[in-house]
Design a protein around this ligand. Structure first.
Ligand code: APR
Length: 319
């Protein structure tokens, strides 16, 4: 258990995070800031607090429109932003189209963190994932172990679920890694996908795997289309908590994490999803796994796409 977790953004994902933090007793205190009127964060946290006796949980939950509520937090989970929502014509905006709006929000988020909990470990979920983390890094310049993005855990969970369904086995028996950026160029690493330690190809035919990998790349959009309003929120919250728990309980879990690369995989200065050891200090180690030639090529293509988004972040800064 840590002392205080700050949730920035109290919408769909923030709401699930708050409930789960209280239920799992991950911190003595959980504080939510959301700018939505009249008092969205205060209302959500009051609702949760009033239910806390049923969970036998004494976690202190508070919410406000004022960033001072996050003062002194050890960990920040950032979901402030506008999610992908189906337009009236049925089309879906890309994550990149959200960039401009969400960058302005990210600047406000950065200012809040800087003022009230500058030393916190930051886990960011808001989209476009890699670009938002890049901007947080520009604004805050924390040590690299203290800032990371959650995307790969979710993309890998989706891959694992689809593989488990196809193979007719428990999701628990499927291990998988999806690396690269959190967009259509993400890389489901088939060579790292194992069912009880055995290569996935032993259970699922190559053409089926291709379909699964394509579905994984588009899985966020599939949910957006079905929901009609907003984007996936339960699974992203659970996946962020998988990372948060690894840190809170110093588990040294190896999880796909969007982290600032400093030469690993031949990349420097970009946030890209790679396997990392998460423990009490945050990102404790970045691991370089062996990829097949085609996976390596797909990974570099994804890096190029992350680079493009990051350049857009810089360009928008000058406007
Ligand atoms: N400070 C704090 N909160 C803010 C700010 C800000 N400056 N600007 C917006 N918010 C809040 C909104 O008021 C809203 O309640 O962020 C919340 C976002 O919640 P939702 O719209 O419900 O979005 P959610 O589904 O939770 O997704 C959040 O994560 O997966 C990504 O694409 C998704 O970028 C989106 C983010």
């Amino acid at each position: 258990m840590i002392n205080k977790i700050a949730l920035i953004g109290g919408g769909n994902i923030g709401g699930v995070l708050a409930q789960e933090i209280v239920r799992r007793r991950l911190a003595r205190e959980v504080a939510m800031v959301d700018v939505k009127e009249p008092e969205l964060a205060k209302g959500k946290m009051l609702d949760i607090s009033e239910g806390s006796p049923i969970l036998h949980s004494d976690v202190v939950a508070s919410g406000s429109r004022d960033y001072s509520v996050i003062s002194g937090a050890d960990m920040v989970i950032n979901t402030a932003g506008v999610p992908r929502t189906r337009r009236a014509d049925g089309s879906i905006p890309t994550r990149e189209e959200l960039l401009k709006t969400n960058l302005a929000i990210t600047d406000a988020v950065s200012a809040g963190i800087k003022q009230y909990c500058a030393n916190a470990i930051i886990l960011s979920i808001a989209n476009p994932l890699d670009a938002i983390v890049y901007r947080l890094n520009m604004n805050l310049q924390p040590p690299r172990e203290r800032l990371m993005g959650m995307a790969g855990v979710l993309d890998s969970a989706r891959y694992r679920y689809f593989v488990a369904q196809e193979a007719g086995v428990s999701v628990d028996s499927v291990a998988a890694m999806v690396l690269g950026g959190h967009g259509d160029s993400m890389v489901p690493v088939r060579s790292a996908c194992r069912i009880a330690g055995m290569p996935v190809e032993k259970f699922v035919a190559p053409e089926k795997l291709e379909n699964i990998e394509e579905r994984t790349r588009k899985a966020g959009g599939e949910v957006v289309k079905l929901l009609g309003v907003g984007s996936a929120f339960v699974s992203p919250a659970w996946c962020a908590l998988e990372m948060a728990e690894a840190i809170i309980f110093d588990q040294k879990k190896i999880l796909p994490t969007s982290v600032l690369l400093q030469g690993e995989y031949g990349v420097r200065g970009l946030f890209v999803g790679v396997p990392a050891v998460l423990g009490a200090n945050g990102v404790e180690k970045v691991l370089e796994i062996d990829l097949t030639d085609s996976e390596q090529a797909a990974f570099m293509k994804s890096v190029t796409s992350v680079q493009g988004t990051s350049e857009e972040v810089l360009a928008l800064l000058n406007k």
